[in-house]
Design a binder for this molecule. Structure first.
Ligand SMILES: Nc1nc2ccc(CNc3ccc(C(=O)NCCCC(=O)O)cc3)cc2c(=O)[nH]1
Ligand SMILES: N[C@@H]1O[C@H](COP(=O)(O)O)[C@@H](O)[C@H]1O
Length: 204
Protein backbone atom coordinates (compact mmCIF):
# COMPACT_ATOMS: atom_id res chain seq x y z
CA UNK A 1 0.00 0.00 0.00
CA UNK A 2 1.20 3.48 -0.94
CA UNK A 3 1.51 5.70 2.15
CA UNK A 4 1.69 9.47 2.61
CA UNK A 5 2.79 10.99 5.94
CA UNK A 6 1.76 14.48 7.14
CA UNK A 7 4.11 16.17 9.63
CA UNK A 8 4.63 19.51 11.36
CA UNK A 9 7.82 18.92 13.37
CA UNK A 10 10.66 16.65 14.47
CA UNK A 11 9.31 13.55 12.72
CA UNK A 12 10.46 10.82 15.13
CA UNK A 13 7.20 8.97 14.39
CA UNK A 14 7.87 9.43 10.67
CA UNK A 15 11.31 7.95 11.24
CA UNK A 16 9.84 4.92 13.01
CA UNK A 17 7.44 4.37 10.09
CA UNK A 18 10.33 4.68 7.58
CA UNK A 19 12.54 2.28 9.53
CA UNK A 20 9.76 -0.29 10.02
CA UNK A 21 8.52 -0.33 6.41
CA UNK A 22 12.08 -0.53 5.06
CA UNK A 23 13.15 -3.40 7.32
CA UNK A 24 12.67 -6.30 4.91
CA UNK A 25 12.29 -8.75 7.80
CA UNK A 26 8.93 -7.11 8.53
CA UNK A 27 7.55 -7.98 5.07
CA UNK A 28 5.64 -4.72 5.30
CA UNK A 29 2.65 -4.12 3.03
CA UNK A 30 3.30 -0.38 3.29
CA UNK A 31 5.65 1.89 1.36
CA UNK A 32 6.04 5.59 2.21
CA UNK A 33 6.02 7.61 -1.04
CA UNK A 34 5.47 11.19 0.12
CA UNK A 35 5.98 13.36 3.20
CA UNK A 36 4.06 16.65 3.41
CA UNK A 37 4.76 19.28 6.06
CA UNK A 38 2.71 22.42 6.71
CA UNK A 39 5.89 24.00 8.09
CA UNK A 40 9.18 24.61 6.29
CA UNK A 41 12.62 23.57 7.61
CA UNK A 42 11.40 21.12 10.25
CA UNK A 43 13.60 18.13 11.12
CA UNK A 44 11.01 15.70 9.75
CA UNK A 45 11.68 17.00 6.23
CA UNK A 46 15.40 16.28 6.64
CA UNK A 47 14.59 12.75 7.81
CA UNK A 48 12.47 12.15 4.69
CA UNK A 49 15.14 13.55 2.37
CA UNK A 50 17.82 11.42 4.02
CA UNK A 51 15.58 8.41 3.34
CA UNK A 52 15.18 9.47 -0.31
CA UNK A 53 11.45 10.06 0.10
CA UNK A 54 9.67 12.84 -1.82
CA UNK A 55 8.82 15.85 0.33
CA UNK A 56 6.48 18.80 -0.11
CA UNK A 57 5.84 21.88 2.05
CA UNK A 58 2.25 23.13 1.89
CA UNK A 59 2.11 26.23 4.09
CA UNK A 60 -1.34 26.76 5.57
CA UNK A 61 -0.73 30.50 5.93
CA UNK A 62 -0.74 30.79 2.11
CA UNK A 63 -4.37 29.63 1.86
CA UNK A 64 -7.49 31.73 2.38
CA UNK A 65 -9.37 28.93 4.14
CA UNK A 66 -8.83 25.65 5.96
CA UNK A 67 -10.74 23.84 3.21
CA UNK A 68 -8.48 25.22 0.45
CA UNK A 69 -5.36 24.20 2.38
CA UNK A 70 -6.80 20.74 2.94
CA UNK A 71 -7.74 20.47 -0.76
CA UNK A 72 -4.14 21.28 -1.78
CA UNK A 73 -2.87 18.59 0.61
CA UNK A 74 -5.39 16.05 -0.70
CA UNK A 75 -4.53 16.76 -4.35
CA UNK A 76 -0.81 16.22 -3.66
CA UNK A 77 -1.54 12.93 -1.92
CA UNK A 78 -3.77 11.74 -4.77
CA UNK A 79 -1.23 12.86 -7.41
CA UNK A 80 1.31 10.58 -5.72
CA UNK A 81 -1.16 7.68 -5.71
CA UNK A 82 -1.28 7.57 -1.92
CA UNK A 83 -3.75 5.05 -0.49
CA UNK A 84 -3.19 5.51 3.27
CA UNK A 85 -2.38 8.78 5.09
CA UNK A 86 -0.59 8.89 8.47
CA UNK A 87 -0.67 12.02 10.66
CA UNK A 88 2.67 11.99 12.48
CA UNK A 89 2.78 15.07 14.66
CA UNK A 90 0.63 16.99 12.17
CA UNK A 91 -0.82 19.87 14.14
CA UNK A 92 -3.60 21.19 11.86
CA UNK A 93 -7.20 20.20 12.34
CA UNK A 94 -8.52 18.68 9.08
CA UNK A 95 -11.86 19.76 7.60
CA UNK A 96 -14.74 17.30 7.28
CA UNK A 97 -14.38 17.17 3.46
CA UNK A 98 -10.81 15.90 3.84
CA UNK A 99 -11.76 13.40 6.57
CA UNK A 100 -14.69 12.11 4.46
CA UNK A 101 -12.50 11.71 1.37
CA UNK A 102 -9.86 9.73 3.33
CA UNK A 103 -12.32 7.93 5.64
CA UNK A 104 -10.89 4.60 6.77
CA UNK A 105 -7.47 5.42 5.24
CA UNK A 106 -6.40 8.20 7.63
CA UNK A 107 -4.50 7.36 10.85
CA UNK A 108 -3.29 9.54 13.72
CA UNK A 109 -1.10 8.99 16.75
CA UNK A 110 -2.07 10.78 19.95
CA UNK A 111 0.22 10.94 23.04
CA UNK A 112 -2.34 9.84 25.65
CA UNK A 113 -4.70 6.94 26.32
CA UNK A 114 -7.81 8.25 24.51
CA UNK A 115 -10.56 9.09 25.22
CA UNK A 116 -8.70 10.70 28.12
CA UNK A 117 -6.70 13.88 27.54
CA UNK A 118 -7.73 14.93 24.04
CA UNK A 119 -6.27 18.00 22.34
CA UNK A 120 -2.92 19.55 21.58
CA UNK A 121 -1.50 19.55 25.14
CA UNK A 122 -2.10 15.97 26.30
CA UNK A 123 1.06 15.62 28.45
CA UNK A 124 0.26 18.81 30.36
CA UNK A 125 -3.28 17.53 31.09
CA UNK A 126 -1.89 14.14 32.16
CA UNK A 127 0.53 15.69 34.67
CA UNK A 128 -2.14 18.04 36.02
CA UNK A 129 -4.49 15.11 36.62
CA UNK A 130 -1.90 13.08 38.60
CA UNK A 131 -2.77 9.81 36.86
CA UNK A 132 -0.15 7.07 37.27
CA UNK A 133 -0.44 5.57 33.78
CA UNK A 134 -0.34 7.26 30.38
CA UNK A 135 0.61 6.12 26.90
CA UNK A 136 -0.31 6.58 23.25
CA UNK A 137 -3.24 5.83 20.97
CA UNK A 138 -3.29 5.17 17.23
CA UNK A 139 -6.77 5.80 15.84
CA UNK A 140 -8.62 6.34 12.59
CA UNK A 141 -9.25 10.05 12.12
CA UNK A 142 -12.90 11.13 12.41
CA UNK A 143 -14.37 14.62 12.03
CA UNK A 144 -14.51 14.97 15.82
CA UNK A 145 -10.92 15.56 16.96
CA UNK A 146 -9.20 12.63 18.75
CA UNK A 147 -12.48 10.65 18.75
CA UNK A 148 -11.97 8.16 15.89
CA UNK A 149 -11.98 4.35 16.24
CA UNK A 150 -8.99 3.15 18.28
CA UNK A 151 -6.60 0.69 16.59
CA UNK A 152 -3.73 0.31 19.07
CA UNK A 153 -2.77 1.64 22.50
CA UNK A 154 0.45 1.26 24.51
CA UNK A 155 0.88 2.31 28.16
CA UNK A 156 3.75 3.84 30.16
CA UNK A 157 4.08 4.68 33.87
CA UNK A 158 3.85 8.33 34.99
CA UNK A 159 6.35 9.20 37.76
CA UNK A 160 5.74 11.86 40.44
CA UNK A 161 8.64 14.04 39.31
CA UNK A 162 7.79 13.77 35.60
CA UNK A 163 7.85 16.87 33.42
CA UNK A 164 6.26 17.26 29.99
CA UNK A 165 9.63 16.43 28.43
CA UNK A 166 10.41 13.34 30.56
CA UNK A 167 6.87 12.05 29.98
CA UNK A 168 6.83 12.80 26.24
CA UNK A 169 10.18 11.06 25.85
CA UNK A 170 8.84 7.92 27.58
CA UNK A 171 5.58 8.02 25.57
CA UNK A 172 7.41 8.51 22.26
CA UNK A 173 9.31 5.25 22.83
CA UNK A 174 6.01 3.32 22.76
CA UNK A 175 4.58 5.53 19.96
CA UNK A 176 7.43 4.31 17.77
CA UNK A 177 6.27 0.74 18.33
CA UNK A 178 2.51 1.34 18.14
CA UNK A 179 2.30 3.44 14.96
CA UNK A 180 4.11 0.97 12.64
CA UNK A 181 1.97 -1.89 14.05
CA UNK A 182 -1.23 0.05 13.40
CA UNK A 183 -0.15 1.03 9.89
CA UNK A 184 0.63 -2.62 9.12
CA UNK A 185 -2.82 -3.71 10.33
CA UNK A 186 -4.49 -1.27 7.92
CA UNK A 187 -2.04 -1.78 5.01
CA UNK A 188 -2.44 -5.58 5.22
CA UNK A 189 -6.23 -5.15 5.49
CA UNK A 190 -6.28 -7.15 8.74
CA UNK A 191 -8.54 -4.40 10.05
CA UNK A 192 -10.82 -1.91 8.34
CA UNK A 193 -13.20 0.86 9.32
CA UNK A 194 -16.88 0.19 8.61
CA UNK A 195 -19.05 3.10 7.38
CA UNK A 196 -20.69 3.42 10.82
CA UNK A 197 -17.26 4.13 12.36
CA UNK A 198 -16.73 0.71 13.97
CA UNK A 199 -13.71 -1.48 13.28
CA UNK A 200 -13.88 -4.78 11.44
CA UNK A 201 -11.06 -7.14 12.52
CA UNK A 202 -10.56 -9.83 9.86
CA UNK A 203 -7.56 -11.84 11.11
CA UNK A 204 -8.35 -12.22 14.83
N1 LIG B 1 -10.84 16.24 11.80
C1 LIG B 1 -9.74 15.87 12.49
N2 LIG B 1 -8.57 16.45 12.19
C2 LIG B 1 -7.45 16.12 12.92
C3 LIG B 1 -6.22 16.76 12.64
C4 LIG B 1 -5.10 16.48 13.39
C5 LIG B 1 -5.15 15.55 14.41
C6 LIG B 1 -3.91 15.31 15.21
N3 LIG B 1 -4.12 15.77 16.59
C7 LIG B 1 -4.36 17.11 16.87
C8 LIG B 1 -5.19 17.45 17.96
C9 LIG B 1 -5.44 18.76 18.27
C10 LIG B 1 -4.88 19.77 17.50
C11 LIG B 1 -5.17 21.21 17.86
O1 LIG B 1 -6.09 21.52 18.61
N4 LIG B 1 -4.32 22.14 17.30
C12 LIG B 1 -4.50 23.56 17.57
C13 LIG B 1 -5.35 24.16 16.45
C14 LIG B 1 -4.57 24.13 15.15
C15 LIG B 1 -5.49 24.48 13.98
O2 LIG B 1 -6.05 25.62 14.00
O3 LIG B 1 -5.72 23.59 13.10
C16 LIG B 1 -4.06 19.47 16.42
C17 LIG B 1 -3.80 18.14 16.09
C18 LIG B 1 -6.35 14.86 14.69
C19 LIG B 1 -7.51 15.16 13.95
C20 LIG B 1 -8.79 14.53 14.20
O4 LIG B 1 -8.93 13.65 15.08
N5 LIG B 1 -9.87 14.91 13.46
N1 LIG C 1 0.94 13.91 17.75
C1 LIG C 1 2.02 13.90 18.70
O1 LIG C 1 3.00 14.84 18.33
C2 LIG C 1 4.30 14.30 18.56
C3 LIG C 1 5.03 14.29 17.25
O2 LIG C 1 6.34 13.96 17.48
P1 LIG C 1 7.29 13.63 16.20
O3 LIG C 1 6.76 12.39 15.55
O4 LIG C 1 7.20 14.84 15.28
O5 LIG C 1 8.66 13.45 16.81
C4 LIG C 1 4.11 12.88 19.11
O6 LIG C 1 4.23 12.86 20.51
C5 LIG C 1 2.69 12.56 18.71
O7 LIG C 1 2.02 11.73 19.62
Amino acid sequence: KRVGVLISGSGTNLQSLIDYTRDVSNNSCAEILLVISNKDSVQGLKRAKQAGINTKVINHTEYKSREEFDEAVSLSLEAAGVEIVCLAGFMRILSSDFVKKWHGRLLNIHPSLLPSFKGANAHKLVLESNVRISGCTVHFVAEEVDAGAILIQESVPVYPNDTESTLSERVKKVEHKAFPKALELVASEAVSLKPGGKLEWKHY
